[in-house]
Design a protein. Structure first.
Length: 361
């Protein structure tokens, strides 16, 4: 009887995915949700004394390189905003196990714009070099708020976007003295307070499109808001970037409808996997990952195969587990095809967090 209930649970978990696939089978657009396969336990990257978050991967000479955010558990979960660092692990397979190797973007001093915290990594190879985009910040280094389960707002509101460059995923990574996306000086701009969560791709025209999370100053401080996503363009992966300040992924008057975009270019179009914060784009019983599409990188709409994933994770051994969070999506491409969906995961009781790489068929 328990086995019957287990199989029914699996079927129900994938019902929204099935419905979207059935209704849109004529479309040539990618259906990432239908590609999701059960996840092997070896695909978990976690460390006993650290919270592990984010996750982005690249391959060089037969070795897979995983970059992820981590911070010590003794400071509490909210210390991602003050204590995070971008770490580096390697494996001979995309689904692990991965072994920690080094810290790619360590603390380098409060006098730097990114000197005390690095987070939100996304790694790409453009030409012969590797580019590691990330959020960095500095501030007062005060752990008192985080130990009480609160954000340190000085650090949060100093978030900016940078890039580090290397000839190999093994580094060394060259960082810069200024961010490539800074907060706008205009106090009425939608990114007047902070910028984070970078996503980037090279488009069909050769230009580089960046999508990033931004917070303005129209709403009460220190949170500010609204929380929106903006685009910026450059002829070079290191900038300078020209901003387009028209928000995308919006939903009516919602103050914070979306988060965590990952973007790529395919068949002359742009695509984005985005976290739907609460059924703003697809009606679902939990937060969901959804797929957007765009012809020009500036005007976005929900794709036909809009549903990617809810909060249920199906393990290869048959266990279906409901998570508290399943976010920070990134795709890994092998020979131009997506073969893994990387997500940050936290258990319902927040006792553990890790990155996981979900196979795609």
């Amino acid at each position: 009887m328990k086995q019957i209930f287990h199989l029914v649970g699996i079927a129900l978990a994938f019902l929204p995915q099935f419905l979207f696939t059935a209704c849109s089978s004529h479309s040539s657009d990618p259906d990432i949700g239908a590609m999701i396969q059960p996840t092997p336990r070896t695909a978990v990257m976690k460390e006993d004394n650290y919270y592990v978050w984010c996750g982005t991967m690249v391959k060089e000479k037969g070795t897979y390189h995983l970059f992820y955010s981590r911070w010590e558990k003794k400071y509490g979960f909210q210390a991602w905003v003050t204590r995070s660092e971008v770490a580096h692990a390697t494996s001979k397979t995309p689904f692990g196990p991965f072994v920690f190797k080094d810290v790619a973007l360590p603390v380098r001093g409060a006098e730097y714009w990114d000197g005390l915290c690095t987070h939100n990594p996304t790694v790409h190879k453009f030409g012969s070099k590797y580019y590691l985009y990330y959020m960095g910040n500095t501030g007062d280094g005060d752990d008192t708020p985080t130990l009480n389960g609160q954000l340190n707002w000085i650090h949060r509101n100093n978030q900016r976007i940078g890039v580090a460059v290397a000839d190999s995923p093994n580094g060394p990574w060259k960082r810069f003295d200024k961010p490539i996306i800074d907060a706008s000086e205009d106090p009425d701009a939608p990114d007047a307070l902070m910028a984070s969560n970078p996503a980037i791709t090279q488009g069909p025209d050769g230009r580089f499109l960046m999508v990033y999370k931004a917070v303005g100053k129209q709403k009460p401080m220190p949170f500010g808001g609204p929380v929106v996503h903006l685009t910026a363009w450059s002829d070079s992966p290191t900038g300078p970037f020209t901003k387009d300040l028209k928000p995308i992924f919006t939903s009516g008057e919602a103050n914070f409808p979306a988060e965590d975009p990952f973007i790529w270019s395919q068949d002359g179009k742009y695509y984005a996997i985005v976290k739907d914060q609460g059924g703003y784009f697809i009606k679902h019983d939990t937060r969901a990952l959804v797929l957007f599409e765009s012809e020009n990188g500036m005007d976005w709409s929900l794709a036909e195969h809009g549903f990617v994933s809810g909060l249920d994770l199906l393990w290869e051994d048959g266990e279906l587990e409901r998570m508290a969070n399943l976010e920070r999506p990134q795709l890994y491409f092998e020979k131009g095809k997506p073969t893994a969906l990387l997500v940050a995961v936290s258990k319902i009781d927040m006792s553990d967090t890790y990155n996981v790489r979900i196979p795609l068929k």
